[in-house]
Design a protein around this ligand. Structure first.
Ligand SMILES: Nc1ncnc2c1ncn2[C@@H]1O[C@H](COP(=O)(O)OP(=O)(O)OP(=O)(O)O)[C@@H](O)[C@H]1O
Ligand SMILES: [Mg+2]
Length: 394
């Protein structure tokens, strides 16, 4: 692939390499001493390169506008333009071209200037062919790696852009669908209620039962839509980062959950938790989702045990929510954070399967990670990381 589309590769100036499978690598050789240029061209041709030789900087630039060369091997001292200026001009025509400067003045200064101009290497004159060949190979290899790197970066950017667009589309779609589904759903729920109220008495029991099923199906759909909306929202709202006291936040969430599960025996252990830097409202959602899972999946335990602990690890804060509930099979752990993915049946434990996908999305938006570990019948442990607040980091 060339960076200057439309340009033909350099003519094979009589190279003997036509029999090889790969096209010979095109080199441009510039030296104001014609005999030196010719000698280099001939020898490098024998080595399998496609060489083009010129005796002035202007001829070199003209050749570069016509053809693509992988490497420019230039003399340093030339009358109209020195090798370093030539390299700069050449790289304006083709930023990918590798450069080697041949210099008779082997001062550090010359070498540094040549490097600054983008020459991959320099070689001190006079030199022998067995000294030049490894320098050429190295320069070409560096060029290949540089191009590969650029190509990879370009591909990453392209993929990221595609992903961003796809994500935005998907979010906009999820958002508008969820929004638009609300109205007809409310109509179904409302008419079911009205029908049961106004005509329920005249409908046989089996008919009323069917209508109740419709009503509860609509309710479930309402929950799904609500969850989908909050999933879409968790990716849309801008982050309002601030230092958050995790102990306070966990306390708030637990008060609510304990009220909801007042009839159960739950042993809570909340250790001293480090603060973090986070969007408080979104982080609250993370805790609600993880802790309500811990309450839900310990429903059959008496007492249920739920523990929240945390600590600093390198440059992040790590929190853990562990329970002694139903656990899950690690073989299916890759499904944990997928939207609408559930590892337990609706009969065992109710739910939509969106709570953990919201957790993951929020944690990742903060630059953290989340993982879950479990064993069937032996509880589950969820671990997530967040950035450290500036004061704690210092
Ligand atoms: N603490 C836990 N113990 C055992 N399994 C869990 C636990 N937390 C999550 N899981 C498993 O991961 C699945 C996905 O969890 P998630 O919170 O996303 O969905 P959910 O709780 O089923 O529904 P909801 O959308 O209402 O949260 C659960 O259905 C369950 O199978
Ligand atoms: Mg859940």
């Amino acid at each position: 692939m060339t960076s200057t589309p439309g340009k033909a590769p350099a003519a094979d100036a009589g190279s003997h390499a036509e029999a090889t499978q790969a096209a010979p690598v095109p080199l441009l050789i510039v030296d104001d001493e014609a005999a030196h240029t010719r000698a280099l061209c001939d020898t490098l041709q024998i080595e399998g390169y496609a060489t083009t030789g010129v005796v002035s900087a202007s001829a070199a630039l003209a050749a570069m506008r016509e053809h693509t060369f992988d490497l420019l091997l230039t003399d340093l001292m030339m009358p109209e333009m020195d090798g370093i200026a030539l390299l700069r001009a050449a790289q304006e025509i083709d930023p990918d071209v590798a450069g080697i400067v041949m210099t008779g003045h082997a001062t550090i200064d010359t070498a540094v200037r040549a490097m600054q101009a983008g020459a991959c290497d320099y070689i001190v004159k006079p030199f022998r062919m067995n000294q030049l060949l490894p320098v050429i190979t190295r320069a070409l290899e560096a060029r290949r790696l540089r191009r590969l790197n650029q190509e990879l970066e370009r591909r990453i950017l392209e993929r990221t852009r595609e992903l961003e667009v796809a994500n935005r589309d998907l979010e906009a779609f999820a958002y508008s669908v969820s929004h638009d589904l609300h109205a007809p759903l409310r109509a179904i729920q409302g008419f079911c209620d009205l029908f049961l109220e106004d005509y329920g008495a005249g409908v046989p029991e089996a008919g009323r039962e069917m209508l109740k099923q419709v009503r509860s199906g609509a309710d479930r759909m309402g929950h799904l839509i609500e969850d989908l909306l909050s999933f879409a929202r968790s990716g849309r709202v801008p982050l309002d980062l601030q230092p958050v006291s995790m102990n306070d936040l966990v306390g708030e969430v637990l008060v609510e959950l304990l009220r909801e599960h007042a009839a159960r025996r739950v042993e809570l252990e909340v250790r001293e938790l480090p603060d973090c830097l986070a969007d408080r409202a979104l982080l609250r959602q993370v805790l609600v989702n993880l802790l309500s899972n811990a309450f839900k999946f310990t429903a059959s335990r008496d007492p249920a045990r739920i523990e929240v602990r945390g600590g600093l690890s390198n440059d992040e804060v790590v929190y853990v929510v562990a329970d002694n509930g139903a656990g899950f099979d690690m073989k299916r752990a890759d499904k944990l954070f997928g939207v609408f993915q559930r590892l337990h049946s609706q009969q065992e434990f109710g739910g939509t399967g969106i709570g953990l996908s919201i957790v993951q999305r929020i944690v990742e938006r903060h630059g953290g990670t989340v993982r879950g570990e479990g064993r069937p019948g032996a509880g589950a442990t969820f671990t997530f990381s967040l950035p450290v607040p500036p004061a704690a980091g210092a």
